[in-house]
Design a protein around this ligand. Structure first.
Ligand SMILES: [Zn+2]
Length: 303
């Protein structure tokens, strides 16, 4: 994968809370297990599985959102060697993903795309879904419409989950923005209501939502080389088959069965919330091969 060094990195699409109080706040972490709703993350199952908890995060009320300070980030990302910086590259990934949906959402679903910022945080953060710490992995909070990521997560992904490829990063972000699109389209709310009506199938419904987010990530990946910054400069110079393979590898590494095995636990399908490795690969590939979010009908096709 090659990013275009002439593309302008739009830092207004992120909120950098790493240096502010967000990193050091005290508070009660969101309790793991039991409740549903609130946060939808790519990998929440990882730590949940590792600590032997349940399948969701309980949304706590309130949780004041705070503003970060983008000054340092802005400076770094307008420098010559900006693309060497992890945070600047990730900002550019966010730019590409949102540029894609700005065009695709009206085209495919007939609805306007509403932008959502990505919050960079360190260790813990206050969100509209309550306080969260890095342990939950990157996530989307429907209550404040923001994507949250502690960028050190990529180290965990590389070292502990065996997905070191750079393209794992835009895949993770595109998955979270997939949840934002589901939120905008009402899919997420609909699914939560369904879970309440049919608690016995709550996990199965969660899997469908997660696989759809993977499929949306695949659709973005297919169209990513067509995305541009506001001045019309292409964001990517190229994306190779190897990059796509890295996204697929990542999807497989964070399948529920893979994570349970890695945690030394027996594979228990009743606890699946994000889908198996095979399903995650399948749905990312579905989105990638069609390039069409309409083909991501995980709710219809597996029923
Ligand atoms: Zn997710």
């Amino acid at each position: 994968m090659e990013l275009n060094e002439n593309a302008r990195i739009d830092t207004s699409q992120v909120d950098d809370r790493r240096g502010s109080g967000g990193g050091g706040g005290i508070g009660i972490p969101i309790p793991i297990g039991g409740g549903r709703g609130g946060i939808v993350g790519i990998i929440i199952a990882v730590l949940v599985a590792l600590v032997g908890g349940g399948f969701g995060l309980n949304a706590m009320n309130g949780g004041g959102s705070e503003q970060g300070d983008n000054t340092a980030l802005e400076q770094r990302c307008s420098a010559q060697d900006a693309l060497k910086q992890l945070d600047c590259r990730n900002t550019l990934y966010v730019n590409s993903i949102q540029a894609y949906w700005r065009t695709a959402m009206p085209e495919v679903f007939g609805e306007q795309y509403q932008p959502s910022k990505t919050v960079f945080f360190s260790q813990n953060v206050n969100t509209g879904c309550g306080q969260a710490d890095s342990g939950v992995g990157p996530f989307y909070c429907p209550a404040d419409d923001l994507v949250y990521i502690d960028l050190t997560f990529y180290r965990l992904l590389a070292d502990q989950l065996g997905a070191p490829g750079e393209f794992a990063q835009p895949y993770v972000l595109a998955h979270e923005y997939g949840h934002h699109v589901q939120d905008l389209l009402g899919t997420e709310a609909q699914m939560r209501r369904q879970q309440q009506r049919d608690p016995a199938n709550a996990n199965e419904l969660s899997v469908k939502l997660e696989l759809q987010a993977d499929c949306y990530a695949g659709a973005w990946a297919k169209n990513a080389t067509g995305t541009s910054d506001e001045g019309g400069q292409k964001i990517f110079k190229g994306i190779t088959e190897q990059d796509i393979q890295q996204a697929i590898d990542t999807a497989e590494k964070i399948g529920d069965d893979a994570i349970q095995k890695r945690a030394g636990r027996p594979v228990n399908p009743d606890e699946f919330t994000h889908g198996t490795s095979a399903q995650r690969r399948q749905w990312f590939t579905q989105g990638y091969s069609t390039g069409d979010p309409k083909s991501c009908d995980t709710f219809g096709s597996t029923r």
